[in-house]
Design a protein around this ligand. Structure first.
Ligand code: PLP
Length: 365
């Protein structure tokens, strides 16, 4: 396919991601088949531009040789390893094919209880269609003026029929973080019958405090995390959730085969990546530097933005005199995406320093 056509298709697919997963799959396939087109800079899905880690790559290559066996031992080992830093047990951990599988399971669990689900808007929405299909209406609650999750308004939206509240912390697409004490108070005050699904996909980028230590105290709390972001393994599809053992059991019951979503090669990579602490430190440092570079570029063009604790930035192009997306796409940079109707706020993933220098050059007025 001609490169210009590929770029057009990719950009269209990225724009449509909120509407259609099929189109997104097409885009991913296209990029895979055209991997030699390295001059396209893809900043759409908050993927880690450095990963997987060297240790994970080695472990995954070796694990290919054992693909004739079911990977149960590695599933158990990974669950054990994940539980340790939180002083939990493997019974508090469920593994999924990416955390999106587990977000889906949690929302199905809530929807089966017949009632509504409350979530901020905008936020990460991949789990919403499954919940709606099962019949759970999703009540969307606007963010604060500072684009942060509004705990007070979420609380007000919860009624006797609410079965789940979803919170993404830090929030995608805005990158904001909730004050730990306010979030803990919110969890404590919630009725035990309401599941609280805490999506912590990006906590590692700025050491955002996890609430996973609370799961044994609050069986309605489910904390979802992923190897797709700081660990750079989005394509390997490994995610996990931490919850009370009884809640994990309920989630396992919704999996055709408990914890079997991630394949042996991916599990080997996930285990090794947990040990590659220097790689994680490098990703954090480089992400912060590249994000700062992007902040400077936005400042230089008078574009307001929300300081982010993640690997993406949310910014307001209302006063930017050109078509921001088009300016980037003209330089083969795709991924600036809108999450609010009738708004000029966009999200762009943070790439490498070199990539963000190219972004800075492209948007310079
Ligand atoms: C907030 C949030 N949660 C979950 C996910 C899904 O990640 P995974 O690749 O683990 O399914 C993403 C991916 O972009 C995300 O941004």
């Amino acid at each position: 396919m001609h490169r210009r056509e590929l770029l057009k298709q990719s950009a269209l697919a990225v724009a449509a991601f909120g509407l259609s997963r099929d189109i997104f799959a097409t885009e991913s396939r296209t990029l895979l088949y055209n991997n030699h087109d390295a001059d396209i800079i893809k900043l759409s899905s908050n993927e880690n531009p450095y990963g997987p880690s060297p240790k994970a790559r080695k472990a995954m290559s070796e694990a290919v040789n054992s693909c004739n066996r079911y990977p149960w031992e590695n599933t158990t080992l990974l669950r054990e390893k994940i539980s340790v830093p939180y002083q939990l047990a493997k019974e508090n951990v469920i593994i999924g094919a990416g955390s999106s599988e587990l977000l889906g399971l949690a929302s199905v669990l809530a929807a089966l209880k017949k009632g509504n689900i409350v979530a901020p808007d905008p936020t990460f929405r991949l789990w919403i269609p499954a919940a709606k299909k099962i019949g759970a209406p999703v009540k969307l609650v606007p963010l604060t003026e500072q684009k942060a999750v509004d705990l007070q308004r979420l609380k007000e939206a919860i009624d006797a029929d609410t079965r789940m509240v979803y919170i993404c912390n830090p929030n995608n697409p805005t990158g904001t973080v909730l004050a730990p004490n306010e979030l803990e108070t919110f969890i404590k005050d919630l009725a035990p019958s309401v599941i609280i699904l805490l999506d912590e996909a990006y906590t590692e980028f700025e050491d955002t405090k996890s609430v996973a230590h609370l799961v044994n105290e609050y069986p309605n709390l489910i904390v979802a995390k992923t190897f797709s972001k700081i660990y750079g393994m989005a394509g390997a599809r490994v995610g996990y959730a931490l919850a009370h053992a009884n809640t994990i059991q309920q989630l396992n019951n919704l999996q055709p085969w408990a914890n079997a979503g991630a394949g042996g090669v991916s599990l080997a990579g996930a285990i090794a990546s947990l040990e590659d602490t220097s790689f994680v430190a490098m990703c954090k440092k480089e992400n912060a530097k590249a994000r700062n570079l992007f902040y400077q570029a936005l400042d230089g063009n008078g574009i307001p933005y929300i300081p982010s604790a993640t690997s993406f930035v949310y910014f307001d192009t209302a006063k930017y005199p050109k078509d921001f997306k088009a300016v980037l796409e003209a330089k083969n940079i795709i991924g600036a995406r809108s999450f609010e109707e009738s708004s000029k706020w966009l999200r762009l993933s943070v790439g490498t320093i070199k990539e963000m220098e190219q972004v800075a050059a492209a948007i310079r007025l």
